[in-house]
Design a protein around this ligand. Structure first.
Ligand SMILES: Nc1ncnc2c1ncn2[C@@H]1O[C@H](COP(=O)(O)OP(=O)(O)OP(=O)(O)O)[C@@H](O)[C@H]1O
Ligand SMILES: [Mg+2]
Length: 258
């Protein structure tokens, strides 16, 4: 039964011409889990995220969010159903302020959906919604230690903070499942340690379920409850972190036969 899982994928896969970039991917992620998706470069991890967020339409299989099939929906619709993500290469609105970036996320949050008629004619409830959004955005920025920088342009934030802002913007859309694509990439060990605390905080305080792609094994073993390893588009191993990371096939996939 798919209903017991926040995310369930069934034989999910995609081909690009002759290349099967992902094949028979079966994930079962429970509520409030921090679940890792790992594997060598080119294994198909980001491709899985792209299928789960409507960037790519799967060639095979399907997926469910809390039992509801979402395959076939477009990106914005999937986001409104409750899947939000960050990107491997940060994608912020660079020429908008930090707070505006978060408010863009809030505009896609069903809880803040404003009536276009109300916005167009600037009716009093438009200003009310705008004020509520600004307050909500500030709350989120505070959690991510970005409140002081709220009025500067996103492109002027240091790299580690841009990554945090991207997570804040994703959360602003009010998701049930948060997908993080290499959140610690380019961070120093201190920033990575802080990020781990932030991810746990988000899980605990936003009642969130998190699927993350990561190459940093200290982060993976530090915060993931369970893992799936992809290799050449296929699931190589899955299970508890220690079990999976000590699996000789997984070690071989990462390090090669030598
Ligand atoms: N739109 C596309 N068209 C053709 N091939 C693609 C496309 N998107 C991904 N691929 C291929 O699919 C394979 C998996 O790529 P993907 O980006 O999912 O890997 P990854 O596991 O995220 O790797 P990394 O750890 O380097 O980010 C690669 O061979 C990639 O070149
Ligand atoms: Mg990738």
């Amino acid at each position: 039964m798919s209903e017991n899982y926040v995310l369930k994928t069934e034989n999910l896969g995609i081909s690009f011409g002759g290349l099967k970039a992902a094949q028979d991917v079966n994930l079962k992620i429970k509520k409030n889990e921090i679940y890792g998706l790992i594997g060598p470069n080119g294994a198909g991890k980001t491709t899985v995220f792209n299928m789960l967020t409507g960037v790519y339409q799967p060639t095979y299989g399907t997926f469910y969010l809390n039992g509801e099939e979402l395959k076939g929906l477009k990106q914005e619709a999937i986001n409104q159903k409750g899947i939000a993500r960050t990107f491997q290469n940060i994608r912020l609105f660079n020429n908008m302020s930090v707070i505006r970036n978060v408010m863009v996320g809030l505009h896609n949050n069903p809880a803040f959906k404003c009536n276009p008629f109300v916005s167009m004619f600037r009716l009093p409830s438009h200003f009310e919604t705008e004020k509520n959004m600004r307050n909500k955005a500030k709350e989120l920025l505070k959690i991510f230690g970005l409140l002081e920088e709220r009025n500067i342009l996103a492109c002027n934030l240091p790299y580690g903070k841009q990554r945090k802002l991207e997570i804040a913007r994703a959360l602003a859309t009010g998701p049930k499942l948060l997908l993080l694509d290499e959140p610690a990439a380019g961070m120093n060990p201190q920033e990575t340690a802080e990020l781990m605390e932030t991810i746990k905080f988000v899980r605990d305080n936003f009642d969130m379920t998190i699927l993350l792609i990561e190459h940093d094994m200290s982060l993976v073993s530090g915060i993931c409850d369970r893992l799936t390893v992809l290799n050449f588009g296929q699931v190589l191993a899955e299970g508890n972190v220690d079990e999976v990371l000590n699996n000789p096939e997984v070690v071989r996939a990462y390090l090669g036969d030598d």
